[in-house]
Ligand binder design. Structure first.
Ligand SMILES: Cc1ncc(C[n+]2csc(CCOP(=O)(O)OP(=O)(O)O)c2C)c(N)n1
Ligand SMILES: [Mg+2]
Length: 342
């Protein structure tokens, strides 16, 4: 993975701190929060993987392991009322938005306590209270919908910003560019976050994309873009601050390419034969977002005990969610006829 290079296609006029190469330090509280929130996603996803292996989860299940710093860092740049929308690799986004782990896990297992009453599954969960708008299985669909959320904010005259997350593969979808055009034309407050994890299913970016610097994808629409080290939660947060401030100030959309990596296959049914084990191990070893924070905390003399307490708290939440998700009843058959558009 290229180290954090940055390409700003239009001068933002914002304070860029020390630049993306050396992101501003976090306070101790920020480091601890980032560690806890990233660990929650990692452990939740590991547990979801186990439950899937046991046959407790049906349908599709796309894990977010390796990409945790992106949603956690971006969430730290938001204020209450800002909205989030993403694709099918969505459990991390939900947890980062503050959705309840029990409700998410129970949706995965198809139980009535799930966010969609057990009728939606992994790719179809929403929370009005937490401003999470899904969970979308159609690649690229969330980009147009996220632009619509921004349009609504502008129409209503509030100062909320919407974040539309999508992948390197989705970046080649036609509706993305129709959305870019409208967003810049109408100065809509939307941050387009391209999670470049280097693969779209089994296809690497170099095989699928003529322009692999995704921060440049907005050039013909005059949308500024930056390339960010998406494995460093501090760099993500700093970039999020700049992009969100730009949108909130009424200057229009902003593109952030987050350079990241997914450790697991595309979905649970992917044997991942298109890459080597060494490639995965190298990223895990050299760049793991959670280990980076843990190492900085240890270097700052935070005790092992304090870190263990965070581990324990997270494990308890995840175990409780798995227990609930396996013991909560399935939805009643009458639910087949509710929440259906006719
Ligand atoms: C319109 C559409 N075309 C194709 C698919 C099948 N499909 C599902 S995921 C995916 C790859 C998307 O990759 P990327 O955008 O990089 O996201 P990632 O899975 O890496 O997070 C494809 C082609 C789909 N769901 N929708
Ligand atoms: Mg991808």
């Amino acid at each position: 993975m290229a180290a954090a290079k940055k390409s700003v296609t239009k001068e933002t006029g914002q304070d860029k701190g020390n630049g993306a190469d050396t992101p501003p330090d976090f306070t101790r509280e920020q480091e601890l929060r980032a560690l806890r929130d990233m660990l929650l996603i990692r452990r939740f996803e590991e547990k979801a993987g186990q439950l899937y292996g046991m046959g407790a989860i049906g349908g599709f299940c796309h894990l977010y392991i390796g990409q945790e710093a992106i949603v956690v860092g971006m969430q730290m740049a938001l204020k209450q009322g800002d909205q989030v929308i993403t694709g099918y690799r969505d459990h991390g986004h939900m947890l980062a938005c503050g959705m309840d782990a029990k409700g998410v896990m129970a949706e995965l297992t198809g139980r009535r306590g799930g966010y969609s009453k057990g009728k939606g599954g992994s790719m179809h969960m929403f929370s009005k209270e937490k401003n999470f708008f899904g969970g979308h299985g159609i690649v690229g669909a969330q980009v147009s919908l996220g632009t619509g959320l921004a349009f609504a904010n502008r129409y209503r005259g509030n100062d909320f910003v919407s974040l539309a997350y999508f992948g390197d593969g989705a970046s080649n979808q036609g509706q993305v560019y129709e959305s870019f055009n409208m967003a810049e034309l109408w100065k809509l407050p939307v941050v387009y976050i391209i999670e470049n994890n280097r693969y779209a299913m089994g296809t690497s970016v170099t095989r699928s994309s003529a322009q692999t610097d995704f921060s440049k994808r907005g050039i013909s629409f005059n949308i500024p873009g930056e390339q960010i080290d998406g494995m460093d939660v501090r760099a993500v947060k700093a970039a999020g601050d700049r992009a969100v401030a730009w949108c909130r100030a009424g200057k229009g959309p902003f593109i952030l390419e987050m350079q990241t990596y997914r450790y697991r296959g595309h979905s649970m049914s992917d044997p991942a034969k298109y890459r080597t084990r060494e490639e995965v191990d190298k990223v895990r070893h050299d760049q793991d977002p959670i280990e980076q924070v843990r190492n900085r905390l240890l270097a700052a003399k935070v005790s092992e005990q304090e870190l263990k307490a965070i581990d324990a708290e997270v494990r308890e939440i995840v175990n409780a969610s798995a227990d609930f998700a396996q013991n909560d009843p399935e939805p009643d058959a009458s639910e087949l006829y509710t929440d259906v558009y006719r």
